[in-house]
Structures are given as C-alpha cells and as structure tokens.
Design a protein around this ligand. Structure first.
Ligand SMILES: Cc1ncc(COP(=O)(O)O)c(C=O)c1O
Length: 395
C-alpha cells in the first residue's frame, strides 16, 4: 500500500541550509533559515533560559502527565506577556492551551475553527510565512490571500487590504502577523491596526493573530501592542504564540494557543474543546520548554535578565538593519532605507530567482528562493562582503 506515496520535493528553505553546509568557502554567509544568530553566527541559548532550565530540573520531582492543555502556569504567564497585566481586560473569557511551538498552536487553532464551522474560510497575507499554507491547509481550511506587501514601494498595500477585508462575509477568519511580518518585515502601524480593528468589528470577521517574534522587533510591549489593541475591541480572537525565537527554545517546541471569546461560559466550552482536540492531535504537549518558560517568567531576576538579553538581540538586529540599508544604498546608488524601517528578522530583497542563484554561486550568500533574508545572519564582520555581493548581483 505504501508504494503509492510519492517523493516529497525538497523544502526550499531547509534546502538552503543543506547547500550552505556543503559550501567549503570560509566567506559563506547564511541568511536562510529563520533563527536568531549572534555576531559569531551562533544561535545561543539565552543565559536566563539556561539558568531557569537548571532550577526547573532541580525542583522537578516527576515527569508524570500534566494535561492535554499543558502547564497552567506557563499558559497564564505567557498570556500575560502577550496581553499585558490584567490580561487586556479579557481575564474571564480566555481559553488557553499549551501547544508544540507556534506551529502546534496554529494547527490547534485551525482544528478549533473547523470544529466550530466546517465551512470556515481563512485569509492570509500575500506573501506570508511559507509554512502557513500547508500547516493551516492541512486542517482542511480553504485559504485565500489578501493584498499586503508592495515590493515596489516596500509598504503595506493598506487601501487594498481594507477594500479586500470590506468584501469578506461575516465569520471569515483573517490571519494577521502581530509583529515582525514574515517574510517582509513590514508591519502595520498602530493607526492602521486601529482601522483594521474597526473593519473586523463592523464586518464580523474573526482575527487569528500569529506572534512568533515578540521582543525581537522593538520590545515586548510594542511588539504585542497590536494584540492588546484588538483584545480591547473585538468580541472574539485567536492568538498563536511561539516561544521558539524569543526564548531560544526552538527544538523544545514551546507555544500557546489563546482564544478570547464573548463570555466565561463560552470560554469554558472552548477550553474543553481545546483539550479534546489536543488529545486527537498530540494528546499532551511536550513539557520541558514550557516548564522553563513558566519558571523564568515567575522569577523576577531571571525575567529581567532575559528581557535584557532580548533587548540586546533586537538592538543587534536593528543595528544590522541600519548598516545594511546604509551600505547597500551607498554601493548601489539606490534607496534601501526601507530595510532600516522594517522590523524583526526578515526583509525581502527585490531579487529574482536568477539573482538569488547568482548571489549563492558567485558570492556564497545564501537566502530563501524568494529573496527573503534573515538579517541576523549578517554581522559587522561580513557586512562589507555581503553588500559587495548583493550590489554585484543587482548591477
Ligand atoms: C510567522 C511564524 N509563525 C509561526 C512560526 C512557528 O514557530 P515554531 O513552531 O517553531 O514555534 C514561525 C517560525 O518560523 C513563524 O515565522
């Protein structure tokens, strides 16, 4: 029976990492896979996370099952991190379920939507994180794309986005990147979020927020302001939270699904549904990463150390953005100041497939096939080589 299975084509982004690993050049630069890197090109475990891990393990007396919705302290503390103190006024109408990473949270949210309405349709940004499509599509939800990024002006196509949302039927689900848009780095500003909130309410649309980079754009507060703004305005919202990047816990699969609904009674029903759906997907979420985060966020000294480290990471990314924008503008005599204005780990260079290939083959610069670059893969040391190579392929 299994002979009917076809070979899966290589994943384009993971393929970039594999090709990078095989390149013997000492000058190679990896701007491919979306993980934070320090000046030396390493993806560190933050000091506070290591300390929280040791303390958590020393205190842990059992590894017996917790529950399908995971560790309640983790759920509560991460919800507060995203919604702010007082949980954005939604304290009584929240349902929380720990999930295996942001991806697991997205998948669980999709399962909840199909359980609520088999006819549900979802709208994602054009472009969006490549894995959104298979991840959400695998739940059986038809996906359409809303206008988002204009590669010529490097701005959000805001008027077109609003027009699009204004055509959607009530109950349509709109997937929005809360901050650090992947792959473009181009976020909505707060006045645009305000206008989006009004359209969502007016048309009865359901926002599904994806937040995978809180603290890596500006800071923890500014990067979650979109969610806090919506929480005050919309009756229902779903939020998929990843702790992979901001806690450096990538392989520990640490995430949370947060659902805000209309009242406590509805929230209690949704909590039960999330537990039931988690049982059908993974039964129980992995504990280790969540136990570390719960410990860290509950310890004021570790929390403040982690915030400092996170501020350093965001600062490094934003310094690199400015350096890249300035040097590239100088070397090409074109305007790349938009790179400095964008936020998070990604920007999308205006390169076609041939130029992306030339960057790799002639200059050992590796990036996603669509021109997405991970800014954190640049460094002060490689900035000159990097911009020389990019300028050469753009000439
Ligand atoms: C936009 C976005 N959402 C969600 C995720 C999921 O992250 P993870 O499942 O590793 O926590 C990522 C990871 O790259 C992402 O870029």
């Amino acid at each position: 029976m299994l002979e009917s299975l076809e070979r899966v084509p290589p994943d384009p982004i993971l393929g970039v990492s594999a090709a990078f690993a095989q390149d013997p050049s000492p000058d190679k630069i990896d701007l491919g896979v979306g993980v934070y890197k320090d000046e030396a090109g390493r993806t560190p475990v933050p000091r506070a996370v290591r300390a929280a891990e040791s303390a958590m393990l020393a205190a842990q007396s059992t590894k017996s099952y917790l529950s399908p919705v995971g560790n309640p302290q983790f759920n509560q503390r991460v919800a507060e991190l995203v919604l702010g103190d007082g949980l954005g006024g939604r304290r009584t109408d929240l349902s929380l379920a720990q999930a295996p990473g942001g991806s697991g949270a997205l998948r669980l949210g999709a399962a909840l939507l199909t359980a609520a309405s088999p006819q549900v349709a979802m709208h994602v940004s054009d472009p969006t994180w490549a894995n959104h499509i298979p991840l959400l599509g695998s739940a059986g939800i038809p996906l359409s794309r809303y206008p988002y990024y204009d590669p010529t002006t490097h701005r959000v196509r805001f008027a077109e986005l609003c027009d699009y949302l204004n055509t959607l039927p009530a109950g349509a689900v709109v997937l929005l990147h809360a901050c650090c848009h992947n792959p473009t780095g181009q976020d909505l500003d707060l006045s645009q979020w305000q206008q989006i909130a009004e359209i969502l309410v007016h048309r009865g649309l359901l926002p599904f927020l994806d937040i995978a980079y809180q603290g890596l754009g500006e800071n923890l507060q500014a990067d979650s302001a979109s969610i806090q703004l919506l929480a005050k305005r919309v009756p229902e919202m779903i939020v998929a939270i990843s702790c992979s990047k901001n806690f450096g816990l990538y392989r520990e699969r640490t995430g949370l699904l947060l659902v805000a609904s209309e009242n406590a009674e509805r929230a209690s029903i949704i909590s039960g549904q999330l537990g039931r759906l988690a049982r059908t997907l993974w039964s129980m979420p992995p504990d280790h990463g969540a136990a570390i985060v719960a410990h860290l966020l509950g310890d004021p000294a570790l929390r403040s150390d982690w915030q400092g480290e996170l501020a350093h990471m965001a600062g490094r990314i934003n310094d690199l953005r400015r350096a890249l924008a300035d040097t590239l503008s100088q070397k090409t005599q074109q305007d790349f100041s938009w790179i400095a204005a964008q936020r998070g780990m990604f920007s999308k260079l205006p390169l076609d497939a041939g130029q992306v290939r030339a960057a790799r083959e002639q200059h050992h610069i590796y990036m996603a096939p669509d021109g997405r670059i991970n800014i954190a893969g640049a460094s002060n040391e490689n900035m000159s080589r990097l911009t020389e190579g990019l300028a050469a392929v753009m000439a």
